[in-house]
Design a protein around this ligand. Structure first.
Ligand SMILES: NC(=O)c1ccc[n+]([C@@H]2O[C@H](COP(=O)([O-])OP(=O)(O)OC[C@H]3O[C@@H](n4cnc5c(N)ncnc54)[C@H](OP(=O)(O)O)[C@@H]3O)[C@@H](O)[C@H]2O)c1
Length: 419
């Protein structure tokens, strides 16, 4: 049983010491602890204050109230929703800064936390929640604060990028590449959050909130994972000069925003096409800056800890910059995209013409086609130019009903832009 007192006198920070409470001492927490001790002297030299750990909380060690009382800033590296949310809110309410790497928490309770930080006049920093050590949050929220961001494309999940890279590099199946990712520690024993696209959707919700100032929860981000991607998809696409990535896209469309995560083909010249292995990357587009690409390691204990410590140092140096209050923009679900279409058909005259006619009726224009004979059947692969998703899918549904089709049509989105 824990006994707490309703009024506890605040223990002041000793002169020149900045006290950091640490919640969670797992992969990232332990690496953060080590890095903090290693870099304390250098941080003191540049900020005039020496960061010191004031306490550590795990399931079997430490007491939150005690740590809060003795800290100027609390680092939350527990993960999950509760008790992380409760601890973060209580820290902010106590007028103390928070640094967290918790994308689940921010993508589901971001508004509550941002306004709690603003009300208390303290900082809530979360660089490590998206893209590991790649400074995506800082660049969108601070460096590009003056730019009107039009669109962000991101490879924000290292596990799926590793799997897709291995499938393309070695010809491995999805199952084989996943097993390898698990063996090497790039994928969890239960990889469902990563491979289903939900992890990337949470990160895109956080990015869109900052880029467009609209409140967005992970549930509002349609996502598709990589479980159904086959080695054949990747191999065939190579013939068309495309590479396959799990891409999160957030863009302004018709006065609203469209935020989604899908397996997507990229042309070789796109900045994200060459991002391989467990690396993360984002391209940020705005008329004022054209395009910026940031890339680097998307996870890992020491890399993530470095982003967390960077946030701690920023919080030691005022002024605080909580995100401005959100203004809701409509969420647009039917947006334009280019598409790849793969059809297995009977090899007989008139098939291509019939497919082309249906596409034409829906206003779909074909960019490139590859046709190959397979005995009595044939394979038709094509990339079509940008078109409203509803029109393209209507055409595919009509094509799916034709009697010469030998298998379900396969559809994958394509990003056409190169810079
Ligand atoms: N790992 C990465 O590469 C990475 C990258 C980017 C962001 N992140 C984020 O960083 C955060 C931490 O991830 P991690 O990989 O370090 O997790 P982890 O290895 O599972 O460590 C979690 C830590 O939190 C503690 N904890 C769990 N539930 C608790 C509770 N109810 N009360 C007190 N302590 C509790 C655990 O205590 P016990 O030691 O007692 O179990 C453990 O020390 C997550 O939000 C994650 O999404 C991680």
């Amino acid at each position: 049983m824990r006994i707490s007192f309703s009024v506890t006198p605040e223990r002041p920070s000793p002169n020149g010491v900045f006290r950091v409470g640490l919640l969670g001492h797992g992969t990232v927490g332990a690496a953060f602890h080590e890095l903090l001790e290693e870099r304390a002297e250098a941080i003191e030299a540049s900020t005039g204050q020496r960061p010191e750990l004031s306490g550590v909380l795990t399931r079997g060690r430490g007491d939150f109230d005690d740590i809060l009382e003795r800290s100027d800033l609390v680092v939350e590296l527990i993960g999950g929703l509760e008790p992380a949310r409760d601890y973060v809110l209580r820290t902010l309410a106590a007028g103390k800064h928070v640094v967290t790497a918790n994308k689940q928490l921010l993508s589901q309770h971001g508004e509550e936390l941002y306004s709690a930080a603003a009300e208390a006049g303290v900082q809530l920093r979360f660089e490590a929640a998206v893209g590991g050590v790649v400074p995506i949050i800082r660049v969108i929220h601070e460096t590009l604060a003056a730019a009107h961001i039009q669109r962000v494309h991101g490879i924000v999940n290292g596990t799926t990028n590793f799997i897709l890279t291995e499938m393309a590099r070695t010809g491995a199946s999805y199952e084989e590449a996943l097993a390898e990712a698990q063996e090497l520690g790039y994928a969890e024993a239960d990889p469902s959050d990563d491979v289903s696209g939900r992890d990337a959707a949470a990160k895109m919700a956080i990015i869109a909130r900052l880029a467009f100032g609209t409140p967005l929860q992970v549930e509002e981000v349609p996502h598709e994972g990589i479980e159904k991607v086959t080695g054949e998809d990747i191999e065939r696409a190579r013939e068309l000069g495309l590479s396959l990535k799990l891409v999160g896209s957030a863009e302004r469309v018709d006065g609203g925003v469209a935020v989604r995560v899908f397996p997507t083909f990229l042309f070789g010249a796109h900045p994200l096409a060459s991002v391989n292995g467990s690396f993360n990357a984002v391209t940020i587009e705005s008329p004022a800056i054209t395009e910026i690409t940031l890339s680097g390691p998307g996870a890992g204990g020491s890399q993530t800890a470095s982003a967390v410590l960077g946030d701690v140092i920023s919080a030691m140096i005022p002024p605080p910059t909580p995100p401005v209050p959100a203004r809701a923009l409509p969420i647009v679900t039917d947006v334009e995209s280019a598409f790849y279409l793969h059809l297995e058909v009977a090899d007989r005259p008139g098939v291509l013409a019939q497919v082309a006619e249906i596409l034409g009726l829906q206003g779909v224009s074909v960019r490139s086609v590859v046709q190959k004979g397979l005995g009595e059947d044939a394979r038709l692969e094509m990339v079509v130019h940008r078109v409203l998703e509803s029109k393209f899918l209507a055409a595919v549904a009509m094509i799916g009903g034709l009697d010469f089709l030998r298998a379900e049509p396969r559809v994958i989105r394509v990003i056409e832009e190169v810079f």
